[in-house]
Ligand binder design. Structure first.
Ligand code: ZN
Ligand code: ZN
Ligand code: FE
Length: 759
């Protein structure tokens, strides 16, 4: 295989008419890359081919060597198969689409603004709402298009003379900077107690909050896309108190650190990771934690990674510099509800958690959580797409009219597609609470209003009881428009194929927790062969009963009993096991059959004793991943039963694990052998199916060890491998897949998809 790959980069910002294309041409030529650069309605699009190493250099140099007048507000890229360019060229601009105005995401504070904020002689010294054309809030303040001040939540502030002259001066950095403001005329911060009483304002408020943090108390900070809860990251008692009050027992907390050099004391940081950390999107980056990181133990218990971000607004910069060290910065919500965006709501919902509130009078129009990104196999992978990315479109080839996809149930996002642009919404969350459901319908309405359009086609999951599906059904019937239900794992697969720019056929290895199968069983260990208009279930894991159904997600022991029951019948139980679970299994009530690999992870984690208490979905599986000793190369036996589809038999694996447990083989070895076996299963099934392109997607591929090892082995065997980059492998990505599925169905004149799947 050639070691050349293609990169597709889309850059938005002040990059047109400032000598940007000649700059890209010179840079690409210097690095020996082939491809092209072109201006389009969506921004500057670059495709370049070369070695991975040269492309990494290219990405870093685009930012560091850009022409002085160019400013990059967003830079998203994907690595794709080579297209075989022979030289590098500047192509004619293309006028694709109808010239739709793009809504930009919120952009982290630029270096120029930052310098002003910390310059005592500047009129914006320590002003938390400083911004310019190159930075500041966008998505979270826009009420409607076009993007003018009168259409943002800044309309209530009248610019002072100084600000006005900056705004009107084409030569000024703040020319038409819609959120332009200064201490004379703009928004202000206040520190409140939970009862709404003001205790300090302006710079004093930030100082008051800093003192509160230093005392180990909890602060709720109104940021860009909603409230965050903050606490001193070195203070164990304070972190524990936050966990208790927020009802978040063990799920890792993200951190915010004032400078890159502080991050370096906490985590290992390679150049690509540093690039993401300091990018305009300013996401939370998952980094390998240093053994000597000085942090409270309960920030991310027994987790080798830390989620870290840098300050992305002047308010955060000032607060973090005053505080000096890293702080926990987690979503301002209870458990998994959507984040609070206004102060009244925050005081009501977070009043029992936060001691002090740092609020301001710039209204947040819509929520945007902090995004989460990691580098895996040398590429970016977005695990949560929100602030900094939403609502930037993903480009796909599609033909249907305006399409809405409502996503899944957990980690919900929705998507609206127009022409070749798919606008994926910000992360909404699990549709489990009233707040989440309200947020879900609000985001759907919001996308339509923002882009001034109504869907002509709707896509949803096949699960009849998902809140999202129910909403889609009623919307479709109310508007008398076609509705397409895409099978959950097929949607995962289509999303990953679309963003990797590959067409059918391809074999999808789609492993996750649960998804509704076309036969009414619970799927989750799937090998789906994508074809031109549908898919074939090429193989799946052997079924086992899941006592309690979805309730088993937080009860790995229940899942383990289901697995053991399949093998041993009633011998699976001990006296301690609840009668109820036994009855469910014996009488086959509320025990759906599942092929879920996610649940199999839970069962094995429980067998080896790694999951006595689970407080969030996937925790047991994560414990198993973190336990795995990467130097172990052995694996367990497994079976592949012939047929259509093939059935992967996990029985020999479970017997192998039990045998090892009996011989007191270390947990680290068992965990590694389990992972290695799954990788061998992927290779074996791929070889039987005989499809060269393998797509790895679904929540299980958030597992770094599994993903890295699977790609390594598949490539070794001559397969081409694809995984998620711009959209999450988890259910946050399936709205995109539903858009593609609806399009395929639409192209087949509304007829094929369901019939085909039912076979
Ligand atoms: Zn700026
Ligand atoms: Zn002003
Ligand atoms: Fe899923």
């Amino acid at each position: 295989m050639s070691d050349r790959i293609r990169i597709r980069v889309i850059i938005r910002g002040a990059v047109q008419g400032v000598g940007f294309r000649p700059f890209v041409f010179r840079l690409a030529t210097r690095l020996g890359l082939t491809g092209y650069v072109v201006n389009s309605m969506e921004g500057v699009i670059i495709e370049a081919e070369g070695t991975k190493h040269r492309l990494d250099d290219f990405l870093i140099c685009i930012r560091t060597e850009r022409p002085p007048k160019a400013s990059i507000q967003s830079c998203e890229y994907s690595l794709l198969d080579p297209a075989g360019f022979s030289n590098f060229e500047i192509r004619e601009s293309v006028g694709r689409g109808k010239g739709r105005a793009l809504v930009l995401p919120d952009i982290a504070t630029c270096a120029d603004c930052l310098a002003e904020v910390f310059d005592p002689a500047n009129r914006r010294y320590l002003y938390p709402f400083t911004n310019c054309t190159n930075c500041g809030p966008r998505f979270t303040i826009i009420e409607r298009l076009p993007y003018d001040r009168a259409n943002t939540t800044m309309r209530v502030f009248t610019m002072c003379e100084d600000c006005r002259s900056e705004y009107d001066d084409p030569a000024d950095r703040r020319f038409h900077a819609q959120p332009n403001a200064c201490p004379q005329c703009g928004p202000h911060v206040e520190a409140w107690l939970a009862n709404g009483q003001t205790v300090a304002s302006g710079t004093e408020a930030i100082r008051f909050v800093t003192e509160t943090l230093k005392r180990g108390q909890i602060v709720a900070v109104k940021g860009i896309g909603g409230f965050q809860l903050m606490v001193d990251a070195m203070n164990e008692a304070a972190v524990l108190r936050l966990r208790r009050l927020k009802h978040r027992e063990q799920k890792p907390f993200a951190l915010m650190a004032p400078f890159v050099r502080v991050v370096q004391t906490l985590c290992l940081l390679d150049p690509l990771e540093e690039r993401v950390l300091t990018a305009t999107e300013a996401p939370i980056v998952l980094l390998t934690r240093r053994k000597d990181a000085a942090l409270a133990a309960s920030i991310a218990p027994s987790n080798p990674y830390l989620g870290v971000m840098l300050p992305y607004s002047p308010l955060h910069h000032i607060l973090l510099r005053e505080t000096g060290g890293p702080v926990v910065a987690t979503s301002g919500n209870q458990a998994d509800e959507p984040i609070a965006i206004d102060e009244q709501d925050a005081c009501r919902r977070l009043g029992a958690i936060a001691d002090v509130f740092l609020v301001h009078d710039r209204r947040i129009q819509r929520h945007a959580d902090d995004s989460i990104v990691r580098i895996i196999l040398g590429r970016e992978q977005v695990l949560r797409r929100a602030r900094g990315y939403a609502p930037l479109p993903v480009f796909v080839n599609r033909r249907a009219g305006v399409t809405l996809a409502v996503g899944g149930h957990l980690k919900n996002t929705v998507a609206l597609a127009m022409d070749s642009n798919v606008f994926i919404s910000q992360h909404i969350g699990d549709l489990e609470t009233h707040e989440a459901n309200t947020s879900f319908t609000r985001v759907i309405d919001d996308l339509q209003t923002l882009y001034g359009t109504v869907p002509e086609v709707i896509g949803c999951d096949m699960h009849p009881d998902y809140r999202s599906s129910i909403h889609a059904v009623s919307m479709a019937s109310r508007r008398a428009i076609p509705l397409f239900r895409a099978q959950h794992h097929w949607a995962h697969l289509l999303a990953c194929m679309a963003e990797n720019n590959i067409d059918a056929p391809a074999l999808g290895v789609v492993w996750d927790g649960t998804g509704f199968g076309v036969d009414g069983t619970v799927w989750g260990g799937e090998f789906l062969l994508a074809m031109d208009i549908g898919f074939r279930r090429a193989a799946h894991f052997r079924y086992f009963p899941l006592p309690g159904g979805d309730a088993a997600i937080k009860r790995p022991r229940q899942t383990m009993l289901g697995v053991l029951y399949e093998l041993l019948g009633s011998q699976a139980f001990t006296d301690e096991d609840p009668q109820l679970v036994r009855q469910m299994l014996d009488k086959r009530i509320r025990s759906p059959k599942t092929s879920s690999v996610g649940r199999l992870f839970d069962a094995v984690a429980c067998l080896v004793g790694l999951s006595n208490q689970v407080s969030f979905e996937g925790q047991a599986a994560m414990a198993l991943e973190f336990a795995a000793d990467r130097s172990v190369t052995e694996s367990y036996p497994y079976g592949i039963r012939p047929g259509m589809p093939l059935v992967v038999d996990w029985e020999p694996i479970i017997r192998g694990v039990m045998g090892d447990l009996g011989m007191r083989v270390p947990t680290e070895t068992i965990a590694a052998k389990f992972h290695n076996t799954l990788v061998e299963i992927i290779v074996a099934v791929a070889e039987r199916i005989g499809q060269r392109r393998i797509v790895l997607t679904g929540g299980c591929f958030q597992n770094r060890y599994l993903t890295e090892r699977a790609v390594q082995r598949l490539v070794q065997q001559g397969f081409a491998c694809y995984w998620n980059q711009r959209v999450p492998p988890n259910d946050g990505g399936i709205a995109l897949g539903q858009i593609i599925a609806a399009d395929l169905a639409f192209q087949q004149e509304h007829s094929c998809v369901l019939q085909f799947q039912a076979k």
